[in-house]
Design a protein. Structure first.
Length: 203
């Protein structure tokens, strides 16, 4: 077989797997329109890039470079999905930041002569270089496709009920409720409100 044809076929197959995983993930995420998710992810990535790196002062050059960098990160996310690691929200944000942080540190230290090739190479190496750790994170957060599939199989067989805690009795519920009331009365001042972080990527 022609070596170049084999490489091309492998690349096309990988791209198809990534696209299928990407589309499946987008469709399954809480009914949010896929285009809305992509737009939200792009806004988040653009903001993160602007904060992390120093950019050309020329508007046209800056916008072009921002677009290139954002596209490269989107490809990285699709690589994660192609491997069945369906990271989202805070977990995905952590991986993207972990990829960008050392590149930003090198740029600030003046160790990068040509930013775009260095950035692209660093992002393209990230998934392969951190594959074992990312897979472990995906499994621990149940963002791994294989883990989700196994959970569905166990649920279908009724095996998931084995791991469920025993139902709480009415007496326990009443006692717990009374304890909460006592604890609440003992506190002084208003309880502090917690806000949900709306800046995490939807993808």
């Amino acid at each position: 077989m022609n070596v170049f044809q084999s490489i091309a076929d492998t690349r096309d197959e990988r791209a198809q797997q990534e696209a299928e995983a990407d589309d499946r993930w987008l469709r399954e995420r809480g009914g949010i329109d896929p285009e809305e998710r992509r737009a939200s992810f792009y806004r988040w990535v653009r903001g993160l890039l602007l904060k992390t790196f120093t950019w050309p002062t020329d508007d046209a050059r800056r916008e072009k470079l921002l677009g290139q960098c954002a596209s490269e990160l989107t490809i990285m996310v699709r690589q994660l999905r192609g491997r069945g690691w369906l990271l989202d929200g805070e977990t995905l944000a952590g991986e993207v930041k972990a990829c960008l942080t050392p590149i930003g540190a090198y740029q600030r230290a003046g160790k990068i002569d040509d930013f775009w090739p260095y950035f692209r190479a660093g992002v393209r190496r990230y998934v392969e270089a951190n594959a074992d750790r990312i897979q472990a994170v995906a499994r621990s957060t149940r963002a791994d496709e294989a883990t989700q599939t196994m959970a569905d199989v166990m649920a279908g067989l009724g095996l998931d009920r084995i791991a469920r805690p025993a139902p709480v009795s009415m007496t326990e519920l009443v006692n717990d409720h009374a304890a909460v009331i006592v604890a609440t009365k003992a506190k002084r001042g208003r309880p502090r409100k917690t806000t949900t972080d709306q800046t995490l990527p939807l993808l």
